[in-house]
Design a protein around this ligand. Structure first.
Ligand SMILES: CC(C)(COP(=O)(O)OP(=O)(O)OC[C@H]1O[C@@H](n2cnc3c(N)ncnc32)[C@H](O)[C@@H]1OP(=O)(O)O)[C@@H](O)C(=O)NCCC(=O)NCCS
Length: 180
């Protein structure tokens, strides 16, 4: 269990589909999108679409194509954070993984949850003999600051790569981390 400023949380690896987990991850996604993060959805996202998205993710978890971690608040058990490692890459990139969908609930930020999720996902990547992780995130965002703080290297920026939920354009920065 990790503790920060009176807040406690545990990191768990999700191994199989459970409707309660899908529903909680969908709620978390709605929270993060409603607070303006560019994570693949527009502000028209509804709970049914979020559930459909997470149902697909859990299918990939069960197929061994994705590693999924969640952070749970203690003692409520609320899922307040998540991150994924996509490991289903072409055979000439079997040493590599892609990090995706790092989300922390708006009310639980700056407590070290994302940092802990990153540490744990790197341990999972090492256990799978991965030596390189790649990700992209919004330039100059809180996530950008997180990855810099956690030792990730910047590859470069792509202007106008995606949109914020409200439709305004955002630049994306590609990062990588060697974990040999
Ligand atoms: C980015 C995000 C995951 C960070 O989660 P978090 O749990 O608040 O992050 P942590 O508390 O672990 O922060 C670790 C470090 O990252 C940096 N950091 C995190 N948020 C930051 C912010 N808003 N501004 C500046 N630095 C920040 C800091 O160095 C921080 O250490 P400190 O609190 O000791 O200064 C969260 O803000 C979020 O969910 N954002 C919206 C979704 C998103 O954009 N995800 C990225 C998709 S790739």
């Amino acid at each position: 269990m990790s503790t920060s400023e009176g807040s406690k949380f545990v990191i768990e690896k999700v191994e199989r589909t459970a409707e309660t987990t899908i529903s909680a991850l969908a709620d978390l996604t709605m929270n993060v999108v409603r607070h303006g993060a560019s994570i693949g959805f527009m502000d028209t996202l509804n709970i049914a679409e979020a559930i459909q998205f997470w149902t697909h993710v859990l299918t990939k978890v069960e197929q061994g194509k994705t590693i999924l971690l969640i952070a749970k608040d203690v003692p409520t058990g609320q899922i307040v954070g998540t991150v994924q490692l996509q490991i289903d890459l072409p055979s000439n990139q079997s040493h590599r993984a892609d990090l995706a969908k790092m989300l922390v609930h708006n009310s639980f930020r700056r407590k070290g949850i994302a940092k802990k999720l990153l540490q744990q996902i790197e341990l999972n990547a090492r256990a799978l003999h991965k030596s390189l992780i790649v990700l992209d995130t919004v330039t100059d965002s809180p996530a950008y600051a997180l990855y810099l703080r956690c030792g990730w290297k910047i590859v470069g920026d792509i202007p106008n790569y995606a949109f914020f939920p409200d439709g305004s354009p955002c630049s994306t920065t590609y990062f990588y981390k060697s974990i040999e």
